[in-house]
Design a protein. Structure first.
Length: 195
């Protein structure tokens, strides 16, 4: 499964909660990058420049990091990837990695929220966590990138009939319940073509 959503939509929180409920591992590219930054690894030092500016880390780094993570044993029974793919080139790369491993995506969840609400939430989060990419100019840039690049990713999965859109406004519990409903929704079967 994939979890897609604009910055501040709560995708990280929800991915963790779904991972617990479903017993599949949640993999967040943002979290992996932040762990590298914290550990001061060469990958972290390189990624930090892009993250602080609100830019995407280049595919040469990101794709290889995801490929090696998806080779680990704990993904054998499924996984929930949060924050990847964000570009159509990453969609193509993920297709190849999954095909090579004999895996396929069952469902892609998209969390939606209004831009103004997202900026409000992220500015609040900046005060709590001190994340270096949560200031207004960088937040607006990350939202622009989402609209310019990641919405095309969403469209690709919609064409394949595996996209489930869930309104990310509301309480954390309610949103988790809506996501669980979307995963279990019978319409997935008919839209996906009789699977
Ligand atoms: P997130 O925690 O998902 O908001 O990700 C934080 C930052 O990590 C992003 O703003 C990007 O700089 C970087 N990042 C995470 N996932 C990707 C990705 N799939 N492609 C490129 N950069 C990414």
């Amino acid at each position: 499964m994939l979890m897609i959503g604009p910055p501040g939509s709560g995708k990280g929180t929800q991915a963790e909660r779904l991972s617990e409920r479903l017993g599949v591992v949640a993999i967040s590219t943002g979290d992996i990058f932040r762990a590298h930054v914290k550990g001061g690894t060469p990958l972290g030092i390189e990624a930090k420049r892009y993250m602080d500016a609100g830019d995407f880390v280049p595919d040469t780094i990101t794709n290889e990091m995801v490929r090696s993570r998806l080779c680990q044993d704990d993904v054998e029974d499924g996984f929930l990837l949060d924050g990847y793919p964000r570009t159509t080139a990453q969609v193509d790369y993920l297709d190849q990695v999954l095909a090579r491993g004999g895996q396929q995506l069952d469902v892609v969840l998209q969390l939606t929220a209004d831009d103004d609400e997202l900026v409000h939430r992220l500015l609040g989060r900046a005060k709590e966590t001190g994340r270096s990419d949560d200031n207004e100019a960088v937040i607006r840039h990350r939202l622009d990138l989402y609209h310019e690049q990641t919405e095309a990713v969403v469209a690709k999965y919609a064409e394949r009939g595996i996209l489930r859109k869930v309104d990310g406004h509301g309480g954390i519990e309610d949103v988790t319940d809506k996501l669980m409903g979307a995963i279990e929704s019978p319409s997935r079967v008919s839209i996906a073509g009789g699977r």
